[in-house]
Design a protein around this ligand. Sequence first.
Ligand code: THU
Length: 173
Amino acid sequence: SVLQTLSRTGSILLDTLAYWRGCSFIQSKERQVDKSFPSDEQLMNAALEAKERAYAPYSGFRVGAALVTESGTIFTGCNVENCSYGLTCCAERNALFTAIGQGSRLFKKLVIVSDGPKPATPCGACRQVMIEFATDLPLISVSETGETIEANLKDLLPQPFTRQTLAENVDTE
Ligand code: THU
């Protein structure tokens, strides 16, 4: 009966361990993120789908962007042009604004897909808008033929003007 007690205690311990392992609340955040985090290929497909929705009758240059958050949610955007040309908004900014509007502000990666043989890096306006939310943002840009550029936003916009610059110079409440 000592053996019986030992074996019963053992199986209770094993059950408890199995139960704990199944509980998502004790799993590390890292693991939860890893499980659902989209691959570069998934992000490229999302950006490609967004590119198909681009409204670019003036330039004929369609761009799609996929921005992934820390928790693995993908927000996409395409360029939207206007007959008053200067009102055009790029794919990158549209993806970012959509994410912000949906309550996400922590970004992990940006994937851009564009028409033509050469990959395009984000324009200056988009770099400035994006750096407000993500300094260290790895990005991949892929052309129609699959040519790729990898970079990081912080290298694309050195010595940026940030909210800290403002805070150091004026009283911003
Ligand atoms: N465009 C983007 O959407 N993202 C970029 O990174 C570069 C430029 C768009 C704006 C415009 O609709 C077209 O490409 C040509 O400039």
